[in-house]
Design a protein around this ligand. Structure first.
Ligand SMILES: C[S@@+](CC[C@H](N)C(=O)[O-])C[C@H]1O[C@@H](n2cnc3c(N)ncnc32)[C@H](O)[C@@H]1O
Ligand code: SF4
Length: 398
């Protein structure tokens, strides 16, 4: 039985921000460099190339200047993702952080083996307010399967370096469905993570891309794990909710406001912006931007990216128009991952009314009142609906 995490009546409704259409308040910066490539990873990464870190930061700063007009004078969030942002040459990371705009939330993704006390102090000194640490698992043999460099002690050590430097908002990433993983391994991983008392946890099911070396090496075992994923997901939600975490997004949990000594809202503000369909600007190779009904993805190739920005030209991009109908579908798909109700009026036309009535009868979705200005109220999935996730949402789309 999954305990009900938050009654929809307790959750503030999906807020509309009137300024969103005019200016962009969320900035993503991609730092692609990694010490090596982990077998399961499908992100845009560049192995090593320490000699190019300075040129890459120069290019990011040039791109920021070219795009600055899109950004609001005050940003809500900045997110440095990777790759391994903390593998970037410290001098270059520092130079970048010193120039990036301030924001209410500044997150940096970090790999445990890169976090020293000096690195933690550098991040703190430059206004980073939140660190997302890629633990993945605490089982040494499973870390080996994932080709991870860090051992379980590195994860703990890096966490304490961050705490000692003053970070009071740390997130841990865990992965489940790893070849060779047993339910007891996952249960132990969650306990190890909880023992650190992180403010936030992201728990992802392993996605293995067909045709990769990783999938060839672990094919049979990946199929076995796929059958266990539903059970893993339920056990993660059940344990973390019981430990006082708010299951605020399908794969994301934060210490509930009441459980946090200062009553803070510890959801990732940056990721909330994606899930709420806000506009955001992405800088760097492979970065995606969504602004004013258009989406573009910058080239994932380092050479052409650096060459363009050396000449103060925008780098090559793939442009994707986003018609209203697609934007509404995305709002349903992403918005229903959250535990906050989605005003039906904002997704009018995207919902299959018959499917909605059926899912309500089945206890998977529910309409909740939102006040006189929202005649149709708001839509939310029940905890059971959220466990079934995308299958329920896909059914809801007209
Ligand atoms: C963009 S990655 C980079 C973080 C960092 N370089 C690291 O490896 O810890 C952010 C998170 O995505 C998750 N992730 C990456 N590849 C994944 C995959 N194939 N399946 C599931 N989760 C994945 C991991 O939990 C990882 O910490
Ligand atoms: S360190 Fe992170 S980003 Fe780099 S290859 Fe490994 S999983 Fe991918």
């Amino acid at each position: 039985m999954i305990p009900r995490p938050f009654g929809s009546e307790q959750v503030p409704a999906f807020e509309e921000s009137p300024s969103d259409a005019l200016v962009v308040r969320h900035l993503y910066v991609h730092l692609p460099f990694c010490a090596h490539r982990c077998g399961y990873c499908d992100f845009v990464t560049v192995v090593g190339r320490r000699g190019q870190h300075a040129a890459y930061v120069d290019a990011l700063l040039a791109e920021l200047e070219l795009e600055r007009g899109l950004l609001a004078p005050e940003l809500e969030t900045v997110f440095l993702g990777g790759g391994t942002p903390t593998f970037t040459e410290p001098r270059e990371l520092e130079r970048l952080l010193a120039v990036l705009p301030d924001a209410a939330e500044v997150t940096v993704e970090a790999n445990p083996e890169t976090v020293t006390s000096a690195l933690a102090a550098l991040l703190r000194r430059h206004g980073v307010s939140r660190v997302s640490l890629g633990a993945q698992t605490f089982r040494p043999e499973l870390l080996g399967v994932l080709d991870r460099v860090a051992g379980p002690d590195d994860v703990r050590r890096s966490f304490y370096h961050l705490r000692d430097a003053g970070f009071d908002n740390i997130s841990l990433d865990l992965i489940y469905g790893i070849p060779g993983q047993r339910p007891s391994d996952l249960a132990a991983d969650i306990e190890e993570a909880l023992a650190l008392r992180p403010e936030h946890l992201s728990c992802y099911e392993l996605e293995a891309k067909p045709g990769t070396r990783f999938t060839h090496a672990h094919g049979e075992e990946l199929r076995r794990q796929a059958e266990a994923l539903e059970g893993y997901f339920e056990s993660v939600v059940e344990r973390l909710v019981a430990a006082g975490y708010r299951w605020y997004e399908t794969a994301n949990f934060c210490r509930a406001a009441l459980a946090d000594a200062d009553g803070r809202d510890l959801r990732s503000r940056h990721n909330l912006a994606y899930w709420r369909g806000r506009d955001y600007l992405g800088l760097g190779i492979g970065a995606v931007s969504t602004i004013g009904g258009e989406r573009w993805r910058t080239t994932p190739r380092l050479g052409p990216y650096l060459a363009a920005l050396r000449e103060d030209r925008l780098p090559p991009r793939e442009l994707e128009p986003l018609p209203e109908s697609v934007q509404r579908e995305e709002r349903v798909m992403l918005g229903l991952r959250l535990d906050e109700p989605l005003p039906v009026a904002t997704v009018a036309g995207a919902l299959d009314e018959k499917a909605l009535a059926r899912l309500e009868r089945l206890g998977l979705a529910q309409l909740v009142p939102l006040g006189p200005q929202h005649a149709r109220g708001a839509l939310t999935l029940t905890p059971r609906g959220r466990l079934l996730g995308d299958a329920v949402t896909a059914d809801l789309l007209a």
